[in-house]
Design a protein around this ligand. Structure first.
Ligand SMILES: Cc1cc2nc3c(=O)[nH]c(=O)nc-3n(C[C@H](O)[C@H](O)[C@H](O)COP(=O)(O)OP(=O)(O)OC[C@H]3O[C@@H](n4cnc5c(N)ncnc54)[C@H](O)[C@@H]3O)c2cc1C
Length: 699
């Protein structure tokens, strides 16, 4: 079908929030013409976008299979499912290193990763993209905006979920389009992790995503449909579902929105360009689409401010330097960038442990077995999970707080202390090495993945932090009117020395958990701090007995670097572990390791903040861009404050809230339940893209 040149609503950007807005509005009113314009490819029928629907017989790698996610994270110059934003500014505390923030570039954005729901960890966006966590109630209350408290938002949180796990909490929804479950098989290592977590005072809970729990462990919950074993992504759930049953939702992919078109201060359409500028002798060839009612910019924390600036909405002085006509002078556009920190450390586990290592290494026999398992019973297959099956949220104890120093304690007192629902750290176990397997010795691994919410540099919209650490605010701005020119990006990453303390704490804490696991067989020394060899804290690698089990016929086990490797102790099931004691020198080694390896967590938010205009705000509580008409921003860029969570659920929620607001403005009603989500099982010979839930039974 030829797309119309004029519609009622244009949604620019098909990440999770954009998919929700476009799908909800189009389904609410079949007479409303909605166009969704996405810079990346369509995830439907892409065998490598984990999370999509696809014929089951075309390739052993067809992937809506959550276990394949890592491939979408490769920064190899070929993978175009992600955009990699590199800091323009090197961090003063990372020994001059620049950080990279990946961002999905595909419909449903997952989570090219974390949607970037298609990419999420192992599923959408970042390999973590499949991970379901939710912000604490007080995170939303902290927005201090009418209509945005946790209580206001709870019905919308429920509306988006098809929560498939038993729970005693009444905060979940059960007939929404996004399926949430534990995924397929839960590894034995996850249970081992939970027992060990309990030993470090992080007790088990059946639901730590209830908006209030901040210190407990759980079996991890993911954006995976329990019945089909497939990734549950926003594009499939909200957009493809509507396009299967109605004709008023127009999807344009591989199209980059260059700017919003204004008549005076009224948004009346957008101009877009091809995603790749390879034709027309490099000239910029724009296509214009008109919007009769609204233009919604949903291009994410990194994309939305760039579109606004190219359209004349931003800091007037900055725009005038590029000869851009100013529509609204909003100095807050592109400012207030926030994120989270992440570190990972690798541990050896027993040779009998079930991990994803052989599969990820490319062992053909193992791959065949796992793919076959998925074909036969995807609902319980190992590939119907990202192998991140357990995790915890925690807060530091009094003693730990003391050790973390005065700077962190200042943040604690201001931000965390009186809000007991806020965790400081989220930790999880990956049953396998999240690492390049060509660089690892043979054997079985677990990865301890840490996500840190309690940092000063990245939670910089607290007034005391502004005052105290003005250099640490992140920002993203255009350098040119061309949509093809990379922006100027300063994530503000690790520009505050105080951030080392909580990251150091999180390394020590997860190390104690790993050491208490039954499967623990040592630390992969290359993935730990370089402690002095004589320090009692020095990492110890695999014990000789386990090493011999890996290569029983080898002659070199135990020989290393012209000397003998520092072997770990042989496993002793009855051993009572004492916490490792660290000297000042050990802490220094940890800090150097942090400086070299800490990364952002791809939880970008805040660059078009919802707060009063005089405080640098860009949108009001109804998501209208100040100084314009018929223009809204609906994505995580609108968050004025940080959210202590993997942010996909929040992006979906902001999408639901935005759809609700627009429906009210338009005088229409959101329909629930949403259109039937295309789903498996897919009978042989039936084109999968046409399948909807009801049709399955008719075949
Ligand atoms: C690799 C990775 C893994 C992740 N894993 C998880 C996870 O496991 N769990 C979790 O909760 N969160 C995860 N996240 C975070 C989560 O994906 C994001 O918070 C969420 O996607 C943000 O949604 P959004 O709608 O605000 O914007 P985005 O997801 O950024 O979507 C914006 C969309 O707009 C498109 N776009 C940008 N500019 C333009 C333009 N000019 N024209 C047209 N289109 C444009 C982009 O291609 C993108 O599809 C992950 C993120 C990444 C990057």
């Amino acid at each position: 079908m030829v797309h119309p040149q004029e519609v009622d609503i244009i949604v620019a950007g098909g990440g999770p929030a954009g998919c929700v807005v476009a799908g909800r509005l189009a389904y609410a009113d079949p007479t409303l013409k909605v166009m969704l314009i996405e810079g990346g490819a369509n995830n439907r029928d892409d065998p490598w976008a984990s999370g999509i629907l696809r014929g089951m017989h075309s390739s052993p790698f067809t992937l809506h299979r959550p276990g394949i996610y890592v491939k979408n994270m490769q920064n190899d110059g070929i993978n175009d499912k992600a955009t990699f934003y590199t800091d323009t500014v090197a961090s003063s505390h990372l020994r001059g290193r620049k950080s990279i923030v990946p961002c999905a570039n595909i419909l449903g954005k997952e989570h090219i990763f974390e949607d970037s729901s298609v990419i999420q960890l192992f599923a959408c966006s970042r390999w973590w993209k499949q991970m379901y966590t939710r912000a604490s109630a007080s995170d939303w209350d902290d927005f201090k905006t009418e209509g945005w408290t946790a209580k206001d938002l709870l019905p919308l949180m429920k509306r988006l979920e098809n929560y498939q796990k038993p729970s005693n909490s009444d905060t979940h929804g059960y007939d929404g389009p996004i399926a949430i479950s534990n995924g397929g098989t839960i590894t034995a290592l996850a249970q081992d992790f939970l027992r060990a977590s309990d030993a470090v005072q992080a007790p088990f809970s059946d639901d730590i995503q209830d908006l209030n729990t901040s210190h407990a462990s759980e079996i991890r919950v993911k954006y995976i449909n329990r019945d089909t074993g497939r990734r549950s992504d926003a594009a499939t759930a909200y957009v493809h579902s509507v396009m299967d049953v109605q004709t008023n939702l127009f999807l344009r992919t591989n199209a980059r929105v260059s700017r919003v078109i204004f008549e005076g201060d009224k948004a009346v359409g957008v101009a877009y360009v091809p995603a790749r500028n390879r034709g027309h002798a490099g000239q910029i060839m724009e296509t214009i689409v008109k919007a009769r009612k609204y233009v919604v910019v949903s291009s994410g924390t990194l994309g939305t401010p760039q579109i606004l600036e190219r359209s004349g909405v931003g800091n007037a002085e900055r725009l005038q330097k590029m000869n851009i006509k100013v529509v609204s002078d909003l100095p807050g556009v592109g400012e207030n960038y926030q994120d989270h920190y992440t570190t990972i450390s690798l541990y050896r586990v027993s040779n009998e442990s079930a991990t994803s290592d052989d599969f990820l290494r490319g062992d053909k026999e193992v791959q065949k077995e796992l793919f076959q398992e998925w074909e036969v019973s995807p609902e319980k297959a190992r590939l119907s999970s990202n192998a991140i099956d357990a995790g915890f949220k925690i807060r530091p104890t009094e003693a730990e707080l003391k050790e973390m120093g005065p700077e962190f304690n200042q943040l604690w007192d201001t931000y965390f202390k009186d809000k007991p629902d806020k965790p400081v750290m989220f930790g999880a176990i990956v049953s396998g090495a999240y690492a390049d397997h060509t660089l690892l010795p043979p054997g079985k691994y677990i990865t301890m993945y840490v996500l840190l919410f309690g940092s000063s540099s990245l939670q910089r919209n607290y007034r005391f932090q502004y005052l105290e650490y003005p250099a640490s605010r992140g920002q993203i701005h255009i350098r040119s009117t061309s949509p093809y020119v990379e922006p100027e990006f300063d994530s503000g990453f690790m520009n505050n020395k105080a951030d080392f303390a909580p990251i150091r704490w999180s390394y020590k804490k997860t190390r104690e958990v790993a050491r208490r696991m039954d499967a623990f067989r040592g630390e992969l020394t290359s993935h730990h701090p370089r402690f002095h060899p004589a320090s009692p804290a020095a990492a110890k690698d695999i014990d000789i007995q386990t090493a011999k089990g890996i290569l029983p016929n080898a002659f070199t086990v135990g020989i290393h670097m012209g000397t003998w490797h520092k072997s770990g102790e042989i496993y002793d099931a009855s051993k009572v572990h004492k916490d490792i004691e660290y000297s000042e020198e050990d802490d220094k080694a940890i800090d150097e390791w942090i400086a070299d390896h800490v990364e952002t967590t791809w939880h970008s938010l805040g660059t078009c903040a919802m707060k009063p205009r005089e405080e640098g705000g860009v949108v009001d509580g109804r998501l209208n861009v100040f100084g314009t008409k018929n223009l809204k921003c609906i994505d995580l860029s609108i968050c004025p404050d940080n959210l202590g969570t993997n942010t996909y659920s929040s992006a979906l929620l902001v999408g639901e809230k935005g759809a609700q607001i627009l429906a009210e403005d338009l005088g229409i009603k959101i329909k629930t339940p949403h259109a039937p989500v295309p789903c498996a099982p897919i009978p042989k010979g039936v084109p999968t893209t046409q399948m909807v839930k009801n049709a399955v039974t008719q075949v």
